[in-house]
Every structure is written in C-alpha cells, then in structure tokens.
Design a protein around this ligand. Structure first.
Ligand SMILES: [Zn+2]
Ligand SMILES: [Zn+2]
Length: 218
C-alpha cells in the first residue's frame, strides 16, 4: 500500500503529492508547482528517497519547483510529450500571471504515455492520458486512488478554454476517470480530495445532466 502526503504550494495553491512506499521509504513526487524548499522539507520529514518527479501537465503552477528539486534530489523529470510546448512556455505564462520572477522548468528527461507503469517498491502506478485541459494532461492511477491534475476537481472540472484545451477531449477524459471504481480516492491538482463515487453524484459538470453536456446539445 502506498502513502500519499499532500502539501499546498504557490500563489495558485497547487497540490504537490509525495507518494511513497512506507516500508522501504521510496517514492515519487506528483507535481512540484512552487516552493521547492517546502516540498524538500516535507520529503525529509517523511524520510523518503524520491526517485522521480512526474507532472500531471505542463502549466507553470505544477512545474515551477522542478528545476530546483531535480538538483536537490538528483532525479528524473517526466511529462507527456504533448505538453512540451506548454512546459517550455511556463516561465512566460508565470510572469504574465504572477508578475514575479519565475524559474524556468527543465526539459523533461523522458516522456510518459498512456499505459506506462511507474513502479514504487512492490506497487504500481499506471499512466492514463486524460487530455482536454491541456493536450498532454495525464492522470496517475494506483490501487484505490487517482491523481487527476487539473482534469477533475472536487465539485468542478478543469478549464478547456486555455491554449491547447479542448472540451470534447475533456468530456472523454472525465468519462474515463468516472469509470474507475466508485471507492477510489481522487487527488486533484488544486483543492481537497474526493472520491469517484461522490463526483459521479454531485459534480455538476459531469454525467448525463452535466452542465457541459447541456451546452453541447445547443
Ligand atoms: Zn492547469
Ligand atoms: Zn493548476
């Protein structure tokens, strides 16, 4: 069984997740959006050896701390190839939105794609390509939980109107996610965690009567 420790970083309050095997103390980071030192301290507090950083997508609020953390941790950085363009423009987007000095994210060491398996100790995490918020958005599925980035939130879904966004793809991806078992925990890119079952019932943007479904018919 893997453990999940969330910390909230940066101006846009992004979630950064430390996912690790509690016995062998080995793990990965899913998103490192800002405040590298805070993320690093949390890794030390948990006494975990971080093997790699995986991004859910290339928006700056999910990758700004990757350059510094990669140096501290001497680990690899993975992202889906279709978000490379957005990743390379992250610094510009960050300056425009925050007005602050933003550290440029590094080029990815390797790309991840749908169906890839990430091993942590005896556990496996599967990569699920969930485009729509961005072309290279992915979710990470493990036994009993899914990390959804900015695709699915508690009570909301990601924007599809930013560059590279696509409503039809987003709806497809949401269908994929909501077909996971209902007792699966959902760990989004922002805000609190939820479950697949709760989102199926209460999320106003999904399902047959979902807000997007209605507007699509018009
Ligand atoms: Zn985003
Ligand atoms: Zn975000």
């Amino acid at each position: 069984m893997l453990m999940v420790d969330r910390i909230i970083v940066g101006l846009l309050m992004s979630n950064s997740y430390l996912v690790f095997d509690p016995v062998i103390r080995e793990g990965i980071l899913i998103d490192a959006g800002d405040e590298a030192e805070k993320i690093f301290k949390n890794i030390e507090r948990n006494r975990v050896e971080v093997k790699a950083i995986y991004a859910t997508h290339g928006h700056f609020d999910h990758v700004l701390a990757v350059r510094e953390l990669k140096e501290y941790l001497e680990c690899k950085f993975y992202i889906h190839r279709e978000d490379l363009d957005i990743l390379m423009k992250a610094t510009i987007a960050c300056k425009e939105i925050t007005g602050e000095r933003c550290l440029e994210p590094p080029a990815p060491d390797e790309y991840i794609k749908d169906g890839d398996i990430v091993k942590i100790g005896g556990s496996e995490i599967k990569v699920l390509h969930t485009p729509g918020h961005t072309p290279g958005s992915v979710s990470y599925v493990l036994d009993g939980a899914v990390f959804t980035g900015d695709t699915l939130f508690a009570g909301a879904v990601g924007r599809h109107d930013l560059p590279g966004g696509n409503l039809r793809q987003l709806l497809n991806s949401l269908n994929k996610l909501l077909s996971l078992p209902e007792d699966y925990s959902v760990y989004p890119g922002h805000g609190p965690s939820t479950t697949i079952g709760v989102e199926k019932i209460y999320n106003p943007f999904v399902g047959d009567r979902g807000l997007y479904r209605e507007s699509e018919k018009m």
